[in-house]
Design a protein around this ligand. Sequence first.
Ligand SMILES: [Zn+2]
Length: 138
Amino acid sequence: MANPQDFMKQLIEAAIQARRQAYAPYSNFSVGAAILGADERIHVGCNVENASYGMTICAERNAVGAMLTAGCTSIAAIAVALEGDGSPCGACRQVLAEFGEGFSIYLVTPSDGSIVRQWTINQLLPNAFRLRNASEKL
Ligand SMILES: [Zn+2]
C-alpha cells in the first residue's frame, strides 16, 4: 500500500466485504466497517444482531475489537458500508473516540464503493469524554 489512494481503495473494499458477513436477520440492515489502523493494517467488523435485541453489536465496534485483538490501539481512518444514508450511532462514536482524535469516518455505498459522507470523529462527537478526562478523576 504505497499511497493514500491505495489505502482508501482497500479500506472501502474491506468495508464492503465485511458487510457481506453481517448477521442481521431482524433488521435486514447489514453494515460493514473497516478501520485503517496506525499499524497500516485493515481491521474489519460487521454488525451482529441477536434475538435479545439489546445484545446487538454494531460493525464499527466489532472492527475496533478486531483492531485491538491485532495489537493496534490507534485509528487512522474508518470506512462504514451500508445501503442508503446513516452515521455511526452514539455508542460507536464514543468507542471510536477512545482510539484517536483527528481521524476521518467515510460512509460508503456497497454497490459501487462511492463515498457518500465524510466526517472527522471530532465532528461526530465534539468534546468527547476521553481517557484524560477519566484520569483527572484518579
Ligand atoms: Zn453503533
